[in-house]
Design a protein around this ligand. Structure first.
Ligand code: HEM
Length: 443
């Protein structure tokens, strides 16, 4: 085989590559999953050549993603500040170019965990790692239950007299944000601001999330919007850090603000920003997308709803399957540091690699009838939280929030009917349902 022929067998068909790489390709979930399925069956690892983007390898199968993510010394997450580097959050060339212009050539938009490699990553993760462990989180369960019940009361009011509601916008978005901000230590009156900022941060390509002060949808506008959003966050965080140090309290913001390095000094502010950004952005859209998507499946499968209502011990299975099915985090980019054979393809040193978590969660090698919503899967080792050193630090918190919500909601949920397919966020990064028309009855 000639080199040209070898190269051809590595290049994904245009429509598959565009569907997965472009944010607008994610607007139709059925088509998106069809593209993932095509990849898993025909070209599990394939090169995407999409106009406006640097070439990148898409990795669709569970085992291949494990192989990539399990070897951070070969597939780096970090280095975004170095020449020839990559951005862990996929942007087009114009977007990356603009970020580099803003940051003097660097793509390290923040000193947050997804941008770091061990050993720096390990030290920074350890600042709050223990706080996110199940045993510590148990201390917060009662508080989370109160918040879940407040949220259910809100749902009850919203849906009184059989009114149609938007289950996502009117309701599901609010609860995880409120929980994470409460635990973090942000006052309730600042939550709408944090919510708007996060939606801009994650949904920059979605026409619904454009800022009014920036021209819509040009790549430069998207990059400018992103930079504005980050600056807004930092201004807010400066005040919060100062306040936590002056008036320490029992919350996550204080724990991170007062953390010190081995030499006794506070962590440099960029790392504190990095942690705050990660918590404020990763901590709610992900969980609300899972909550809304799981409720949608319950509405579509009344027999499953009846089972989980009758037997609350099934709630953890329900959550695992909801996470697998929705998998709201679609990728974090890696870059190969050496040539590497992956599932028959030769990845060259310097190539960018995109692990597709959503696709891994539907891999038939692990999940029989993967497109079926089935709470009886055992085991259900989905990859919604990623794999390896960068595995989601908030996974136990997300599962706790979801478990408590379903434990409280299900006994009171008399009926739920979805009144249309709804719509999803146009993003290749983090998102799920953004609108879901529904009618619910809550006692
Ligand atoms: C349903 C909810 C959630 C899902 C599906 C999810 C998923 C993910 C995924 C796939 C990753 C990347 C893993 C990898 O690169 O292999 C990640 C990383 C991360 N998540 Fe989550 N997440 C969720 C909730 C949360 C929450 C509630 C928090 C915190 C409050 C959080 C904080 C983080 C942080 C800080 C990282 C970076 C970890 C690292 O790079 O070491 N996440 N998450």
């Amino acid at each position: 085989m000639t080199t040209a022929q070898q190269a051809d067998t590595a290049i994904l068909p245009d429509e598959i590559a565009r569907r997965i790489v472009l944010p607008e390709g994610h607007a139709d979930l059925a088509e998106l999953h069809e593209a993932y399925r095509w990849m898993r069956n025909n070209m599990p690892v394939g090169k995407a050549i999409v106009e406006g983007y640097d070439p990148l390898w898409l990795v669709s199968k569970y085992a291949d993603i494990q192989e990539v993510e399990g070897q951070p010394e070969i597939f780096t997450a970090g280095g975004a500040d170095k020449p020839g580097s990559h951005n862990p959050i996929l942007q087009n060339q114009a977007g990356d170019g603009f970020t580099q212009q803003l940051l003097g050539g660097s793509l390290r938009l923040m000193d947050a965990l997804p941008f770091l490699d061990p050993p720096e990553h390990t030290t920074v993760k350890n600042i709050a790692f223990d706080w996110f462990k199940p045993l510590q989180l148990k201390n917060w369960e009662t508080k989370i239950r109160v918040l879940a019940n407040e949220s259910i009361e809100k749902l009850k009011k919203l849906s009184e007299s059989g009114k149609q509601i938007d289950l996502v916008d009117d309701w599901a978005l609010g609860y995880p944000l409120h929980v994470v901000m409460t635990l973090f230590g942000v006052p309730a009156e600042d939550e709408p601001r944090m919510m708007a900022l996060t939606q801009e941060f994650f949904g920059t390509a979605d026409p619904e999330h454009q800022r009014e002060d920036v021209e819509p949808l040009s790549p430069e506008a998207m990059a400018q919007q992103f930079a504005n959003t980050v600056q807004d966050f930092y201004g807010y965080f400066d005040n919060l850090i100062a306040d936590c140090r002056a008036n320490p309290r029992d919350d996550l913001a204080t724990l991170i603000s007062v953390a010190r390095q081995p030499d006794g000094e506070y962590w440099p502010t960029p790392y504190t920003y990095g942690w705050f950004m990660a918590i404020c952005t990763a901590g709610h859209d992900t969980t609300s997308a899972t909550l809304a998507g799981t409720l949608q499946q319950l509405a579509l499968h009344p027999e499953v709803l009846a089972r989980v209502k009758a037997d609350p011990s099934l709630v953890p299975n329900l959550i695992q399957e909801g996470l697998r099915y929705v998998a709201p985090v679609k990728h974090f980019m890696r870059r190969a540091l050496q040539d590497y054979e992956l599932d028959g393809q030769t990845i060259k040193a310097g190539d960018r690699v995109m692990p597709l978590f959503q696709s891994a969660c539907r891999d038939a090698d692990l999940f029989s009838n993967p497109d079926e919503f089935n709470i009886d899967r055992k085991p259900n080792n989905h990859m919604a939280f990623g794999f390896g050193a960068h595995t989601c630090v908030g996974q136990h918190l997300a599962k706790l929030e979801l478990r408590v919500m379903f434990e409280e909601l299900l006994p009171r949920l008399e009926s739920i009917e979805v009144l249309g397919p709804g719509s999803v966020t146009h993003t290749n990064f983090v998102g799920g349902l953004k609108h879901l028309p529904a009618r619910v009855t809550v006692s």
